[in-house]
Design a protein around this ligand. Structure first.
Ligand code: BEZ
Length: 216
């Protein structure tokens, strides 16, 4: 892994980070929980401000999903504190999750600066599971704010997929073919494929495209 950025399926690298909530050890600080590490280009910028408000509004829903949030930019901790005070005083939103004050080391380790897009961190999102495994990575450019309902949907989707050993269809839970159903993993042998169609346990377009209601 030395010299390359972590990818889906890799363990989240161990690191000590300075945050608005003090020093934290990652991923250990969130052991047993999901966490979402997200970077923004800079404090006191308009799109980033809209993103922080959007994330904070959904923070209770993330907490219900045993999921913590942690922000990051290459700004000093004083700047993070001043910016979140401004958000509180002017927009009436108290930012409750920690924000990493990175000197560039975390950005380098995680591949958050994309030189073709400038010297700031891009809008990255790392989804990390309770075993500290990176499950998804999103990158957005500075000029496009993220969709936080999608980030919530992905978090829910991972948890349903893991708990019920299923896969999550496009646009779930409003998929064009299967509605709010989930996808049964395709059969991996002939006998299972034949049985699947014969026993009619699932709704199937074919043996490799079967779906079922989500367990409640
Ligand atoms: C913004 O958050 O508005 C922003 C940040 C960096 C570059 C451009 C826009």
């Amino acid at each position: 892994m030395e010299g390359s950025m972590p990818l889906i399926g890799d363990k989240f690298p161990e690191m000590e980070v300075q945050t608005t909530h003090g020093m934290m050890s990652l991923p250990e600080a969130f052991a047993g929980k999901w966490f979402i590490l997200f970077s923004h280009p800079a404090d006191f910028t308009p799109v980033c401000t809209t993103e922080f408000v959007a994330f904070q509004r959904r923070y209770p829903e993330f907490k219900k999903l045993n999921t913590e949030l942690i922000g990051l930019s290459i700004d000093q901790v004083f700047s993070h504190i001043k910016w979140t005070e401004w958000i509180r005083d002017n927009l009436d939103v108290k930012i409750e999750f920690p924000i990493i004050a990175d000197h560039g080391q975390v950005a380098h380790t995680l591949g958050l600066v994309h030189p073709g897009a400038g010297s700031s961190t891009v809008r990255a999102v790392f989804f990390v599971d309770p075993h500290s495994v990176i499950r998804a990575i999103l990158y957005y450019p500075a000029e496009l704010g993220r969709n936080f309902d999608e980030i919530l949907r992905m978090t829910k989707g991972f948890q349903v997929a893991d708990a019920q050993k299923v896969a999550i269809p496009a646009n779930w839970p409003n998929n064009e073919l299967v509605g709010d159903h989930v996808i049964v993993p395709p059969a991996k042998d002939v006998a299972t494929a034949e049985k699947r169609l014969a026993e009619k346990k699932y709704e199937c377009f074919d043996w490799w495209l079967c779906h079922k209601p989500m367990e409640k």
